[in-house]
Design a protein around this ligand. Structure first.
Ligand code: DX5
Ligand code: ZN
Length: 222
């Protein structure tokens, strides 16, 4: 586990009740959420459409905790400014959407130039070698533990190998990188993620699918 660092929990609003988005995100914040995870889907990179910068800006006006924005779009570079303007504090994009290492470096640099933390994600079937050379140039590695596109899917345990490898690299290189696991996180799978070295956990359906958000967030935190 990442020594001396607390586990942070990022409820994903994808599973919130959108009729009452303000109430939902405030309730998650009051229940101890460290971040609010916003899943942006374009219907092209993934077969689902969620919401864009206007919704992220609206969430920003409701809560004080940082927004962890996860872009699942084919052209993340083209949306960096829109989501930074909307109030993203961490902006993550997929390495496979930008063609690998050079793209990762370029998009991460654009995000950091806006004073926003840059995260790089990979789907379960994609190797972390798509971005590991650029680790010193990013702030967070996002290991997808389900295929991006939908909430409520089952956790894929094979991805824990990537978490272990990333934590090992981070320690060996003396870096203090955040490692986020996204998808299918619940009380049980959270334990395995933390054990493997993750320190940021996204949980959508597990938190918003129960009336006691505080209890669920505490169970994820371990
Ligand atoms: C998947 C999203 C995840 C997802 C998490 O495309 O990136 O953030 O909403 O939801 P659960 O926790 O329900 O798997
Ligand atoms: Zn996500």
């Amino acid at each position: 586990m990442k020594t001396g660092t607390e586990v942070r929990v990022a409820p994903s609003i994808l599973s919130a009740d959108f009729r009452y988005l303000e109430r939902e995100v405030k309730a998650a914040q009051d229940a101890g959420a460290d971040l609010i995870h916003c899943d942006v889907m374009d219907g092209c990179f993934v077969p689902n459409i969620s919401f864009g910068p206007m919704a992220v800006a609206a969430v920003k006006r409701c809560v004080a905790v940082p927004l962890d924005v996860h872009l699942m779009v084919v052209d993340p570079a083209g949306y960096v400014d829109a989501f930074c303007d909307a109030g993203a504090d961490i902006l993550s994009f997929h390495a496979e959407a930008v063609g690998g290492l050079d793209g990762v470096r370029a998009v991460a640099a654009r995000i950091r130039a806006r004073g926003v933390r840059a995260g790089v994600a990979v789907n379960p079937d994609k190797p972390i070698s798509l971005f590991t050379e650029a680790l010193p140039e990013i702030d967070m590695a996002v290991v997808m533990s389900v295929y991006a596109g939908f909430g409520g899917q089952k956790f894929i345990p094979d991805v824990l190998e990537k978490v272990r490898a990333l934590r090992q690299m981070s320690i060996e290189k003396g870096m203090d990188i955040d490692i986020e696991v996204d998808g299918g996180v619940n009380e049980e799978t959270a334990k395995a993620c933390i054990e493997a070295g993750a320190n940021v956990l996204v949980a959508g359906s597990y938190v918003f699918g129960n009336s006691d958000y505080r209890d669920r967030i505490q169970k994820v935190r371990g």
